[in-house]
Design a protein around this ligand. Structure first.
Ligand code: SPD
Length: 391
């Protein structure tokens, strides 16, 4: 059995303490170099909780295949992974409390009130060595809702935009050329009246649709003013009858051709494009970069205040921040993770895909996220429900 450095030091201390006899001083050889304490290998691996379990609550279609299994194999931790479809659903669950989850993945727009409401605990960065892989620009954006970057670590970022099946939309438009502003395809009755024939889908959540509608009518997407929501609904009502699908899990609807023009998340539109290609479809499914801009969003990992497995959670966050996992998120899921070390690991068609890594000239057109007051969210929900009911 090898004796570890700390037991060698302890034995030496006991032996020396027992040498009470006074000796004449004699010439001593130069002291041996200090024992290799400083060079001793640090204990390997992260600190884990006694119970080898981790409970995660995330969005659907948002984790590369095999990532959880790789973490489980490496750490012996069993991961229970559940999903929610909207920020509103996650928020309601968090506010009700006792979720049993350790890590949740709110959008930053909702994370702000959740931090302020004391739902999360600050992260211990010493337990996340790979935190240094994160792009400081992304952390700067997040610091607007999480001052000092104490609570949130980016999971994925992308933008809410218009996605199309190019061939189907062109056919539906007939003689009408593609609009210069892609948002016209889903908000302007002149276009929706035609595009509806191949299916228009909207995300199904007030805080997804009202903000992009506000942006389309030239208002602040993060307005907290209910009169602005009324103006957005007035515009939306004009196209209400042309919207076939409301869904926050529309990947298969796009891939299978049930919807040809959508308001969706660029990453999910990218997944739909890969799924369609896998089935042999020749149609091009594309997440567009509208000329007037799109709404950036950042989904973030946060550690719940009452998490039962905080060490396992830190170990998972650190694992996720490895560059190879960021590469899998971009390659398999079509999402950017804000990992500054990812680019060299990517094939050129992924690194150069503007819907995953928007070009620098488009970045100023991505509206950065802010947040809404509780009252504003309530007003937005009733405006959105009025739109969905169509009256
Ligand atoms: N497939 C999962 C996509 C997660 C999207 N989160 C979007 C939040 C935008 N407000």
């Amino acid at each position: 059995m090898t004796m570890r450095w700390w037991s060698v030091a302890a034995v030496a201390a006991v032996v020396l303490a027992g040498c009470g006899k006074k000796e004449e001083p004699v010439a001593q050889p130069a002291p041996a170099p200090a024992p290799a304490v400083a060079q001793a290998p640090a204990p390997k691996g992260p600190v884990l909780d006694d119970e080898k379990v981790l409970n995660i609550y995330n969005w659907p279609d948002y984790i590369p295949e095999g990532m959880l299994a790789a973490f489980e194999k490496e750490t012996g931790i069993k991961v229970n992974y559940d999903t929610f479809e909207t920020n509103e659903a996650l928020h309601a669950k968090l506010v009700a409390g006792n979720t049993g989850y350790d890590i949740v993945v709110p959008g930053s727009v909702f994370a702000k009130p959740q931090i302020e409401g004391g739902l999360f605990q600050p992260l211990d960065k010493a337990k996340i060595p790979n935190y240094s892989n994160l792009d400081p620009e992304v952390l700067k954006v997040l610091s607007r809702v999480d001052p000092g970057n104490q609570y949130l670590v980016p999971w994925g970022w992308s933008f809410t935009t218009v996605g199309i099946n190019k061939q189907k939309v062109e056919k539906a438009l007939g003689d009408l050329p593609m609009p210069e502003n892609a948002w016209d395809l889903v908000f302007n009755p002149k276009y929706t009246a035609k595009v509806k024939s191949c299916g228009i889908a909207y995300l199904d959540s007030p805080t997804e649709i009202i903000p992009v509608a506000l942006h389309y009518i030239g208002k602040d997407a993060y307005s907290n003013d209910p009169t602005d929501y009324a103006a957005a609904v007035d515009m939306l009502m004009k196209v209400r009858r042309d919207i076939r699908i409301f869904s926050s899990t529309m990947i298969d609807d796009i891939a299978s051709g049930k919807a040809c023009a959508v308001i969706g998340w660029a990453g999910d539109i990218n997944i739909a494009a890969s799924r369609a290609a896998e089935t042999g479809s020749k149609d091009e499914i594309v997440a567009l970069l509208p000329s007037t801009g799109a709404l950036a969003f950042f989904d973030t990992m946060a550690l719940l205040k009452d998490a039962k497995h905080p060490n396992n959670a830190h170990a998972f966050i650190d694992f996720f921040l490895r560059p190879e996992n960021a590469a899998a998120m971009a390659t398999e899921m079509g999402y950017n993770t804000g990992n500054a070390k990812v680019k060299p690991l990517l094939p050129p068609e992924i690194a150069g895909n503007p819907s995953i890594f928007p070009p620098s000239e488009y970045l100023p057109k991505l509206i950065q996220p802010s947040s809404y007051t509780n009252e504003a969210r309530e007003a937005m929900a009733s405006a959105y429900n009025r739109f969905k009911r169509g009256k």
